[in-house]
Ligand binder design. Structure first.
Ligand code: 13P
Length: 259
């Protein structure tokens, strides 16, 4: 079901890594190594909030996009320490990662709170990268499809294809994040196919055929090609390996060129 209409989208989620100076060097390194590859795939860097405006200046004039890792659903207000969709947009972001499992686990985010963020991002003009994925316990109990079904349906409730046109989903099995234990291409493609079917059921086949679904969880240059060659895997959301410009380049090349 992979079609030319679905361009690969490969994003680096830096999490809480690098200081502002190291971050600027990493952005420069990624631009140098991947700028020409951005013709064949959408590339996105998601550094910490503090890096965004510097990174936006560095990336202006390049085809690499900027994204953030979280946001607050309210447009503004007395929410000390929080950042709104419009703040991200005006800092140069096009994308925002929402509902990452680390936020669900350590910051008590729920499908409902993630949904508020998704709707607010979409109405502000940001593209959400909505993360879903099961824990090891849930997988072993045979609950993977039920868990991601709920995450997608509740996470996307109240959105419409017209406004969420370039929505991105990321399947990140919790047991594969930062563990070196990657899902096999078969395992991932099966869940991605299920996610696409849910989107078709919620909206329509046309939108489901356009939604891009990234895989995330221990993606490395060595495994990226086989994953992204699968029909329903349209890119990668890369954690640890995105902190090294040459590894990130290797992943992008593997995605474009295949295994
Ligand atoms: P790793 O690539 O370090 O496993 O992290 C994946 C991830 O959480 C990306 O959002």
């Amino acid at each position: 079901m992979k079609t030319a209409a679905r361009r690969l989208i490969i994003a680096g989620n830096w999490k809480m890594h690098t200081d502002v100076v190291d971050g600027a060097s990493l952005v420069a390194g990624v631009i140098e190594r991947t700028e020409s590859l951005a013709l064949a795939a959408d590339l996105v860097l998601c550094p910490p909030f503090t890096h965004l405006t510097v990174a936006a200046t560095q990336l202006s004039g390049s085809s690499i996009s900027l994204g953030a890792q979280n946001m607050h659903p309210a447009p503004e207000g007395a929410f000390t320490g929080e950042v709104s969709a419009r703040m991200l947009l005006t800092s140069g972001c096009r994308y925002v990662i929402l509902g990452h499992s680390e936020r669900r686990t350590y910051f008590d985010e729920t499908n409902e709170s993630v949904n508020g963020k998704v709707r607010s991002a979409v109405s502000a003009g940001l593209t959400p990268i909505l993360c879903v994925g099961e824990t090891l316990e849930e997988r072993e109990a045979g609950r993977t499809e039920t868990v991601v079904d709920e995450q997608v349906r509740r996470g996307l409730a109240g959105t419409e294809p017209e406004t969420a046109d370039d929505l991105v989903l990321a399947y990140e099995p919790v047991w594969a994040i930062g563990t070196g234990r990657v899902a096999t291409p078969d395992q991932a493609d099966q869940v991605h196919g299920h996610l696409r079917a849910i989107v078709a059921d919620m909206f329509d086949d046309d939108f489901a055929g356009r939604v891009r679904i990234q895989y995330g969880g221990s993606v490395k240059p060595e495994n990226a090609g086989a994953l992204m060659a699968r029909p329903n895997i349209d890119g990668a959301l890369v954690g640890g390996a995105s902190l090294d410009a040459s590894s990130f380049e290797g992943i992008v090349r593997a995605g474009i060129e295949g295994p």
